[in-house]
Design a binder for this molecule. Structure first.
Ligand code: HEC
Ligand code: HEC
Length: 368
């Protein structure tokens, strides 16, 4: 059995490894290309995880656990009294979703693959509903697998769930509709709005999430689900302080002007963080607390949990202190929409920033 001391030893070793690796990375050179590789993401994924790690390291553990789950499921079909299948857990202590090579053949597998494609490249695979340069994967990293970046395996089994945002019980489709409406700015898409409920886009995205969550328990929130909260700091948040944090840690990839960078073929390499191609004013990420949480655990890319809480708050304030597409719920005045939808939130919507009230929104046409 695992004991605290072996756990601590292993965690300590991981931390030391993490620090050494981080230093190595910095020394190796600030090349964005280098950071943006799956290998590094994987390497850092385990570092600083605030959960009890299993006693044995190595990828085999996760695979063995998933195989054990499949075996236990098969035994269960034979004999209802057989032990219940256990949850597959990876070497980092988080839920281990199936690997891509386990996607089944046939129509269900095809739907899962389409869902994955839409998730990692939304402008290409769901162009009719895409109103900016974002893809789902920009905020749900590693194709929706990464812990602490609202992974799909942590989300799927939570729904149906009540949400204060629209004051009703939301199905999983309704939840994704929210991300199309705000994060993907569907109002500026060719369709002019999010896919209607029941659309094939949802069915495919749902198939992908259902499959990634295979073996995840219902009725409980798994470690690593959602974006963990960052404690409020004494100093609060300040976009002026955040400007420096941004220049030092973020501009290399997202650009001095926050507009990100594209590949030669036009696809997005580093997503824009504000302006007409970013998430709109109604998005969760436009709230400073939600952005601080995402950033603290996931940015700079592959170096989550290296910024201080203060820097995470300040840089979140900075990126959310610029115009972005309008909140689609604003039908009357800005002040009315602020009162109705943004009243008690931590955001600059309808407030004065650098001498100007912001929140009016900026569209692709205006930017041309
Ligand atoms: C600009 C960033 C961004 C983009 C792009 C984005 N999302 Fe989200 N998503 C969020 C935020 C922020 C939340 C809220 C998380 C929370 O409340 O803790 C969220 C929540 C979710 C949830 C619920 C998570 C949970 O744990 O309950 C799902 C599912 C989801 N998004 C799917 C998608 C899909 C599918 C797409 C693409 C169509 C997408 N998202 C695009 C930022 C984004
Ligand atoms: C090494 C390059 C790199 C650095 C440095 C970096 N990012 Fe990112 N960032 C990315 C990439 C790539 C994504 C999209 C992730 C994906 O698609 O897998 C991203 C996504 C985001 C998102 C998601 C929302 C959106 O608009 O798509 C935010 C917010 C963000 N970064 C903020 C920051 C902040 C703040 C910093 C500095 C503290 C930072 N990033 C540093 C590469 C980087």
């Amino acid at each position: 059995m695992s004991t605290n001391s072996t756990n601590l030893g292993f965690r300590g070793a991981l931390r030391r490894f993490g620090k050494a690796a981080a230093l190595g990375l910095v020394l190796f050179g600030g090349s964005a290309v280098l950071f943006y590789s799956d290998g590094f993401q994987k390497m850092f994924a385990a570092v600083g995880a605030d959960v009890d790690l299993p006693e044995v390291a190595g990828i085999e553990v996760a695979q063995a656990n998933r195989e054990a789950m499949h075996a236990a499921r098969a035994a269960w079909l034979e004999d209802i009294n057989a032990p219940a299948p256990s949850i597959p857990i990876g070497p980092d202590g988080y839920f281990a979703p199936p690997s891509e090579d386990e996607i089944p053949d046939g129509p269900f597998g095809e739907s899962i693959r389409r869902g994955r494609d839409i998730f990692v490249n939304t402008p290409k695979y769901a162009p009719q509903y895409s109103g900016n340069s974002q893809s789902c994967v920009n905020c749900h990293l590693d194709a929706g697998r990464k812990e602490n970046s609202a992974p799909l395996w942590g989300a799927y089994t939570k729904y149906p769930m009540y949400r204060g945002k629209n004051k009703m019980v939301n199905t999983y489709q309704e939840r994704i509709k929210g991300c199309f409406t705000y994060s993907m700015n569907a109002q500026a898409s060719p369709a002019g709005g999010p896919p209607p409920l029941g659309d094939q886009v949802y069915l495919d995205l749902e198939a992908y999430a259902f499959w990634l969550a295979s073996g995840a328990p219902t009725g409980q929130v798994l470690p690593g689900a959602g974006y963990p909260k960052v404690p409020e700091t004494e100093l609060g948040y300040d976009y002026n302080r955040g400007e420096k944090v941004y220049a030092q840690n973020c501009a290399i990839c997202h650009g001095d002007d926050g507009q990100g960078r594209r590949e030669a073929d036009g696809s997005v390499r580093f997503p824009p963080l504000w302006g007409p191609e970013a998430y709109n004013w109604g998005a969760g990420m436009a709230r400073i607390n939600t952005a601080a949480s995402f950033i603290k655990y996931n940015m700079p890319l592959s170096q989550g949990q290296t910024l201080s809480d203060q820097d995470a708050w300040d840089v979140a304030a900075y990126i959310n202190s610029f115009e972005r597409p309008k909140d689609p719920r604003q039908t009357g005045s800005l002040e009315e929409a602020r009162q109705t939808f943004h009243k008690n939130e931590q955001s600059y919507y309808g407030k004065e920033v650098r001498g100007k009230i912001i929140g009016h929104g900026v569209s692709r046409e205006q930017a041309l």
